[in-house]
Design a protein around this ligand. Structure first.
Ligand code: 5GP
Ligand code: MG
Length: 191
């Protein structure tokens, strides 16, 4: 599909599933070379957006590892509220463990900065960050994103786990908000 409509907004194809999987391959290769079975890393998926990336990434990880989850939220509609809420705490202890955080997208960096504090307080031994997408021009954090799969401009995107008001997560490709088409449809009142 080249275009999709979600509620009042139009989106156009931005990254195909194949392009995404190539980038996931690269991240997996780096993690496989940086970690060993002795490290037994814990992949910490940040719900909900991470689920497709985490699924495809885990299929490519060759060292013994564990998976757990946390749920944080900062977005309402298409923009960040600036405040990060913890909706579901860590589903497993990370004390003394090597943690690899798996995010769908790092935008302002508020979420990973907050998460870093949560993980330090929880006694993690090491913390690294993997993110499917990174918006470098919006990033204001001080942490290094160790494993960014793809860098993108500051546009709003959906698909492959990412939502617009909770829908669109099931799309296998990634789409970007088409502002012109959304405005055009609004102006001629097409539902
Ligand atoms: P940050 O705290 O870095 O500003 O934002 C992180 C969270 O905001 C992401 O995990 C994601 O849930 C949401 N987010 C940021 N940019 C986008 C975007 O372009 N599309 C969608 N669907 N969510 C985004
Ligand atoms: Mg997220």
């Amino acid at each position: 599909m080249k275009n999709v409509q979600l509620y009042d907004k139009n989106f156009k194809l931005y990254l195909t599933h194949d392009q995404i999987l190539k980038a996931v391959d690269e991240v997996a290769k780096k993690i496989n070379s940086d970690y060993s079975t002795e490290d037994k890393p814990i992949f910490l998926g940040v719900l909900t957006g991470c689920f497709m990336f985490l699924g495809d990434l885990m299929k490519r990880i060759e060292v013994d590892c564990e998976i757990c989850f946390i749920r944080l939220a900062s977005y309402e509609g298409t923009s960040s509220t600036g405040k990060v809420k913890q909706m579901l705490g860590l589903t497993q202890s990370v004390r003394g463990r090597n943690v690899i955080v798996v995010e769908d997208i790092v935008d302002t960096g508020n979420t990973i900065m907050e998460l870093d504090q949560i993980l330090k307080d929880a006694g993690a031994r090491s913390i690294r960050y993997a993110s499917l997408l990174l918006k470098p021009n919006n990033y204001k954090g001080t942490l290094n994103v160790d494993y960014p799969a793809l860098s993108i401009p500051n546009d709003f995107i959906v698909g492959y786990g990412l939502d617009y008001d909770q829908i669109g997560r099931n799309l296998k490709d990634i789409y970007v908000l088409d502002i012109e088409e959304t405005e055009r449809r609004k102006s001629i009142n097409i539902e």
